[in-house]
Write a protein that binds this ligand. Structure first.
Ligand code: NI
Length: 171
């Protein structure tokens, strides 16, 4: 297994849409294993393929973040097929958006269809924190970062902060 480089905003790849996985082979399993390892190493609750520069539709996450026991979830081609209710995620963050946290409006519950890592179809209903994590990671597969879901003012402040930092790094 290997640790992968996590892309950070404003990397343009983060705005890409992931493509449907059609071929479940050894190379794909290696990407999944590397994504899981990279997620735990970061550490983060979830990681989407787009964040590591891969355009295959894959997300991994572990809701037991911070606990001793690990239980990584792997979904291929995840799609939200139903949403209901409204909830505000408190202090949402993202490995690709360093130094920024914000409350984000999300659906309170979602139904997601996906394939597991062996290609078996599955359908899950998720609520609250689980629903937020799924929405955040599936957004990545559609080229959407959570800063696209905050107020224009907050987003512009963050963009300015990043620009300043990039300039400092150049000097
Ligand atoms: Ni993220």
């Amino acid at each position: 297994m290997a640790l992968l480089n996590i892309l950070a905003y404003p990397d343009k790849f983060l705005a890409k849409k992931a493509k449907t996985v059609t071929n479940i082979d050894g190379a794909l399993q290696k990407i999944i294993d590397d994504m899981v390892e990279t997620m735990y190493d970061a550490p983060g609750i979830g990681l989407a393929s787009i964040q590591i520069g891969c355009d295959k539709s894959i997300i991994v996450y572990d809701l037991r973040y911070g606990e001793n026991e690990r239980s990584p979830q792997v979904f291929l081609n995840p799609k939200i097929i139903e949403t209901s209710g409204e909830i505000v995620s408190e202090n949402e963050g993202c490995l690709s958006v360093p130094d920024f946290r914000s409350d984000v409006k999300r659906s309170a519950s979602v139904i997601v269809e996906a394939l597991d890592r062996e290609g078996k179809p599955l359908k899950i209903e998720a609520e609250e924190h689980h629903a937020i994590v799924l929405q955040h990671e599936i957004d990545h597969l559609n080229g959407i970062l959570f800063i696209n879901r905050v107020s224009t003012l907050k987003r512009e402040l963050y963009k300015r902060h990043i620009k300043k930092q990039l300039k400092q790094d150049d000097n």
